[in-house]
Structures are given as C-alpha cells and as structure tokens.
Design a protein around this ligand. Structure first.
Ligand code: DAH
Length: 365
C-alpha cells in the first residue's frame, strides 16, 4: 500500500528532525508540526474516514504506531536537551562559597547595645533556670507602689519622680475619686506582683523592660531600662541571692572572678535590703567600686499582698539598670547618647546581627 510506504518515510524524516533539533524551542516546533492539532500525523488521522473498512483499520493502526513512537522520541530528546541546557547553565553560573558576605541590610544594620545586653542577660539567667516575664509600661499605682509595700503616704513615692497619667496625680481631686490611678512604671518591680498573683511558687523570673522617671541629665534619661529578678519558693535564702548575683557578674563581665560588696540599704519591698557594688577591676579599672544593682529578700508584706503565705514562702529579688551595665561593659560614656538615635553612634557602639550572644560561643563579639 502506498500509504504504508509514505508512513515509513514520514517516520524516518521526523525521527531525524527530532534528533537534529538543536534546542528545546526547535524541538517544540517539531512536536507542533507533527502531533499538534494541524500536524502531519493528525492530518493523516483525519483522512481515515475516506478509506474502505479493512484498509481503514490497518491504516489507522499504522498511523497510531507512528504517533506513539514519535511521541516517545520527542520525550527522550526533550530530556536530553533539558539536561544539556542545565549543564550549560551550571557551567556559567559558578558560586564561590568562600567569598566574604556582601554588604547588605544584614551587614549594614546594627543591633543597639541595649538590645545586645538584654540578650546577654537573658542568656545568662536562662542558663540558671529563669524564665522571662513582662508587664505593661502603663501600670496601676497599686502594682507600681502600694502592693510593693509603698503605701500612698510613703516617702519613697517622692523619690521616684513619677509620671502620672492624666487624672492620677496624687492629691488631685480626680485621683481621690479614681481608685485605678495609673502611672508610667518607675521600675520593673510591679512585674513581681503580676507574677506572684498569676502563678504559684516556685517562681524564678527575670523581667527586662522600659521604666520612666521625670529626670534628665548626663546619667539620667526620662526613659531607661531595668532588669528585675525574682525567686520565690520555700527554701531560698540570702546565700542563694549572693551566689546568683556573683555568677551573673562573672558571666556578664566575662571574668574568672569578681570582687563584690553587699552594702546594707533600704527598699520598701525587701527586708533585708542590699545594694551591690563590684570591683571595677572586672572592667579593667581596678581601685574603684561601682554600684550595679539593688536587691534583698522579698518583704513578707509583698508576699502577703499577693495572696501567698509569708510563713511558707520566701525568696529574693533584685533590680539593675540595663543601660548602666551596658555602659560599663562597653565603655559608653554618656547615657543620653543611647537614646539620641544618632546613626554614627550606633555604627560605632552597635553590634552586627550575626553577633548573637551565647554562653557557648562567648557573650560579646
Ligand atoms: N525597684 C528598685 C529601683 O528601681 C530596684 C530594686 C531594688 C529592685 C531592690 C528590686 C530589689 O527587686 O530587691 O530603684
């Protein structure tokens, strides 16, 4: 049959066209010209209807055979060409993994020393089993003062230079009728109250956060940062407090040993209370004492104010200035510069995002 001869020739011609297709686009053109809706093979199929019964069957099978073999060859060639294209691309796109990191946002941006020290302190206390707790910046007068054993007439309230929210000023007519007087928290200590009201001992938390006082000079800013610590259980005593703070200072200042001085002091919310100084040898300046924090055993009244039994539960607390210990560790001279948002300052004193403090890798870069 003439048709059979035509088919064999057509198949040979298509097969060599497929083999010769230089790239994927050329191969796609061959596919469309052959198997596409108006391709050679499809058009042959369309002539089937004009043939008599037996001849139609034989021709139909023959065309289908060509169609499926050509389809397979197209597929094989396609895989070959794709591989070749990938190999060619890989040959031109080489990545040298030994090159230094290119300058970009990750490289140019800087982590503020307060954020860095925040992470360092959390890393140290987390390792001792402390959890991080937080509270709001706008706090009730009750939590900021009263429940911390600082009743309304207590002189410590004056020392705190408090920012009162409108209508909360002590003595004002509104305040007298306003049981829920609000302040910008003057310390992180109210989070002690929030935590003791919300969870049962044993409690072991640190509280990093912003605090506010109406104060401004070279060593004071209206907003600054503190970190509070609180441990409450049935057996914790002053020895634990001293050990804990000594371990913290050694880890934070990255020294083998640190000389510390615990001075008797007074805070309404602790009894006894101590202020803690460290020998400035820890920061390479021996011969000076540096005050770094306030601390003490939590006052029984505070424990009672939170609904716990002070005959059963006891513990210690401490509060330190985060900005202050950052300045000491990284030799930053003026507190106000910390919050001046000066890019030159940040480039000098800031840390790169890759300097993540870890105990294992060393705290400071
Ligand atoms: N809240 C105190 C302040 O801002 C610091 C402080 C002292 C916190 C002794 C404490 C503490 O938890 O026990 O001046």
């Amino acid at each position: 049959m003439t048709e059979t001869v035509d088919l064999a020739a057509l198949e040979r011609a298509l097969t060599s066209e497929i083999a010769a297709a230089p790239d994927l686009a050329a191969l796609e053109r061959v596919r469309i010209a052959t198997l596409g809706r108006k391709g050679h093979v499809s058009e042959l199929m369309a002539t089937l209807g004009t043939l008599p019964g037996e001849a139609r069957k034989a021709f139909g099978q023959a065309v289908n055979g060509v169609k499926s073999r050509i389809g397979e060859r197209l597929e094989v060639r396609k895989v070959e060409l794709e591989r070749a294209a990938l190999t060619a691309r890989l040959a031109t796109e080489k990545a040298d993994v030994t090159l230094p990191v290119r300058a970009g946002p990750l490289h140019d941006g800087r982590i503020h020393p307060v954020s860095q020290v925040f992470d360092e302190v959390v890393e140290i206390f987390a390792d001792m089993g402390f959890a991080v707790a937080e509270g709001p910046d706008i706090e009730t007068d009750d939590y900021n003062f009263t429940k911390l054993n600082i009743p309304p007439e207590h002189p410590a309230r004056q020392e705190h230079d408090t920012f009162y929210m409108l209508g909360s000023m002590p003595g004002s007519e509104e305040a007298l009728s306003n049981a829920a007087a609000m302040v910008l928290r003057t310390h992180t200590s109210p989070v002690q109250i929030r935590t003791m009201l919300a969870q049962r001992p044993p409690i072991r938390i640190i509280v990093p956060g912003r605090v506010y006082r109406l104060d401004s000079d070279a060593t004071h800013t209206p907003m600054f940062h503190q970190i509070e610590g609180l441990v409450i259980d049935e057996t914790t005593h002053l020895g634990h407090l001293k050990w804990c703070l000594e371990e913290f200072c050694k880890a934070f200042f990255e020294v083998e040993a640190v000389r510390m001085r615990f001075r008797a002091s007074h805070f309404p919310f602790t009894e006894p209370s101590m202020e803690v100084d460290i020998d400035a040898a820890a920061i390479g300046k021996p011969g000076q004492w540096l005050e770094i924090l306030g601390s003490g055993m939590v006052h029984p009244n505070v424990i009672r104010n939170c609904g716990l039994d002070p005959d059963k539960y006891q513990g210690f607390a401490f509060g330190m200035g985060l900005d202050r210990i950052a300045m000491l560790k990284y030799a930053i001279p003026d507190l106000r510069d910390m919050f001046a948002a000066d890019l030159r300052w940040l480039r000098h004193y800031g840390f790169t995002a890759l300097d993540v403090p870890t105990l294992a890798g060393g705290l400071s870069p």
